[in-house]
Design a protein around this ligand. Structure first.
Ligand SMILES: Cc1cc2nc3c(=O)[nH]c(=O)nc-3n(C[C@H](O)[C@H](O)[C@H](O)COP(=O)(O)O)c2cc1C
Length: 239
């Protein structure tokens, strides 16, 4: 790291306001669930998808896949198909019918009123294959993690371009239903739906204090008070 970079890093640590563009992108993004009745231009959809594909991925295999849904009839069919299964699950959990109907109606309104839905899926087609379950599971988890990182890039890009977006986990519970309604390739595994549009609401959110989520394991201070230099070896070969 050169002197300028390390200087700006230490000012960033001093105060987020030293890097307002970065912090407004990261802290200003909110999950937006209500949208204006205005289509999202194709160029904007392509821009957020491009940003998604610049996420890091395991072995750079880019296991993410996206299906963009703007057709109102298809949004309607997708929402109804997912709701049918969800209703059955909630009924089996013992929910009263009127409560189920309310929840499903809210979800249906959100999905169908969003100008664009982006189905986020993963494919194992280009990932490594292992004969044993332990490593196969780890490889699959890497694909999930890579796909989630693409999703975060997409959410940040949407915010950057003045769009609102929200991650919805529903497809995880009904992956076959989603794959069938959207006619997805057989290797695509639905992970999430991202609703997208020009925002019609402002939201706020909170974060737990850093110290409640972080453990530090630092070297003990040396006798003269200077922390010892870290022992950094050469970069290992990428797997
Ligand atoms: C894996 C994941 C699943 C989520 N599922 C849903 C969901 O199904 N419905 C929803 O309204 N929001 C969902 N969210 C959005 C979270 O509720 C939201 O990120 C959280 O409340 C923090 O708010 P913020 O995004 O505005 O910071 C999900 C977020 C993630 C990361």
């Amino acid at each position: 790291m050169d002197a300028t970079a390390s200087l700006s890093l230490s000012s960033a640590m001093d105060h987020p306001s030293s890097h307002p563009a970065f912090w407004s992108l990261v802290q200003g993004r909110r999950s937006i669930r209500r949208y204006r009745d205005r289509p999202v231009p194709r160029a904007l959809l392509e821009a957020v998808l491009q940003a998604a594909t610049w996420a890091p991925s395991a072995h750079n295999r880019q296991p993410w896949r996206f299906c963009v849904v703007t057709d109102p009839a298809l949004k309607e069919r997708l929402s109804r198909a997912m709701a049918a299964r969800w209703q059955a699950d909630l009924a089996a959990d013992g929910w009263p019918p009127d409560r189920i109907a309310r929840r499903v109606a809210i979800s249906h309104a959100r999905l169908t009123a969003a100008p664009a839905l982006i189905l986020l899926a993963l494919s194992m087609a280009d990932m490594d294959r292992y004969p044993d379950e332990r490593r196969a599971q780890a490889e699959w988890t890497m694909a999930v993690q890579s796909t989630a990182l693409a999703g975060q890039n997409l959410l940040l890009a949407a915010h950057h371009y003045g769009l609102g977006a929200c991650w919805m986990c529903a497809p995880l519970f009904v992956p076959q239903v989603v794959a069938q309604v959207l006619d997805l390739p057989s290797d695509w595994e639905p992970q999430a739906l991202i609703t997208l549009g020009f925002p019609a609401e402002e939201r706020s959110s909170e974060r737990a204090p850093l110290e409640s989520r972080v453990l530090w394991r630092e070297p003990p201070p040396s006798l003269d008070g200077e922390p010892p230099l870290p022992n950094i070896g050469p970069d290992p070969d990428p797997p």
